[in-house]
Design a protein around this ligand. Structure first.
Ligand SMILES: Nc1ncnc2c1ncn2[C@@H]1O[C@H](COP(=O)(O)OP(=O)(O)O)[C@@H](O)[C@H]1O
Ligand SMILES: [Mg+2]
Length: 285
């Protein structure tokens, strides 16, 4: 086979940027979504009798949870309640020992790989931002759009007009237009978080899972995150795990309280905060 010489590339991009730990597959980057999720009953996520056992310990215990199309749901609960495990099951990282997990009406998440689940339209944002620090904001979004795993190939490929429009739209949404040529490594912690959310949005996920998105953010960044999420709801469904009750109160019309792997209470934040069982769990009375 004839080898084709590579075009001249800025030395900065001579090395493939590395992602620590999670990696692109885990967050579903570079995955193309199949169109047409079947949500004819208005439910994007159905979890029934879901259990996860770790050596006999039930991190999730016969959990039932339903997320509506376009809903912005907050999940709260004390440490160890099973919030992260719940996200692990939805994204295929952890297999349930029992129960059902459906995405839309037809996709059985318990039988799909992490990559398949990401392709089907579930995007996950981990606590720690995982952006390519040696690339610009724009290039990070560009990469997130490509199905090709190779950073080299992605950056060499020509963008179509529609792809550029999409990047510009996401830059506006995450308010990083002015910083689009800045190296991601030079962004503030909050801006990195917004960039990673932008990278997820490039995949146009139907369901977005966000684990403690405002941890470590300034008040102004937290406020913007609330606005951002409210703007994304409707077009996407969001499931947000968060400890910051001020933040939860500012975004969620529906809150689920998790405790010992099961749903303890559900309703508005005011309703669940007034629930005696919830008070007991949080105050340890
Ligand atoms: N891989 C694992 N092996 C054993 N126990 C685990 C594992 N992952 C989580 N757990 C346990 O399951 C429970 C729920 O954990 P987690 O889902 O991380 O809770 P939360 O995110 O609500 O703080 C905890 O008691 C935790 O110690
Ligand atoms: Mg957790």
């Amino acid at each position: 086979m004839r080898s084709v010489p590579l075009p001249a590339v800025h030395p900065e991009f001579m090395l493939e940027p590395l992602l620590d730990g999670a990696g692109r597959d885990a967050i579903g980057l570079g995955q193309r979504r199949e169109p047409g999720l079947d949500v004819r009953h208005g439910t994007v996520l159905t979890l029934e009798d879901l259990s996860v056992s770790f050596d006999g310990f039930k991190a999730l215990n016969a959990l039932n949870l339903y997320i509506g199309v376009g809903e912005l749901r907050c999940i709260i609960g004390p440490n160890g309640a099973g919030k992260t495990t719940l996200m692990d099951v939805i994204t295929g990282k952890t297999r349930p020992s029992a129960g059902k997990a459906w995405f839309g009406e037809t996709l059985d998440l318990t039988r799909m790989s992490e990559v398949q689940i990401a392709q089907a339209g579930i995007g996950r944002k981990f606590q720690k931002p995982t952006v390519f620090e040696a690339l610009t904001v724009y290039q990070n979004l560009e990469l997130a759009q490509h199905t090709d795993k190779s950073v080299w190939a992605s950056l060499r490929a020509r963008l179509s007009g529609a792809q550029k429009d999409r990047i510009d739209e996401v830059l506006r949404t995450i308010r990083l237009e002015a910083a689009q040529q800045r190296l991601a490594g030079l962004l503030s912690h909050g801006q990195k978080q917004f960039l990673e959310i932008g990278m997820l949005l490039m995949q146009e996920p139907q369901l977005l899972l966000l684990d403690e998105p405002v941890a470590g953010m300034t008040d102004a960044e937290t406020e913007f995150t609330a606005e951002l999420f409210k703007g994304l709801a409707g077009k996407h469904s969001l499931m947000v795990v968060e400890h910051d009750m001020g933040f939860v109160g500012s975004i969620a019309d529906h809150v689920t309280v998790l405790h010992q792997g099961s749903v303890l209470a559900e309703g508005s934040l005011e309703q669940v905060q007034a629930d005696d069982r919830v008070i007991e769990v949080y105050l340890g009375r």
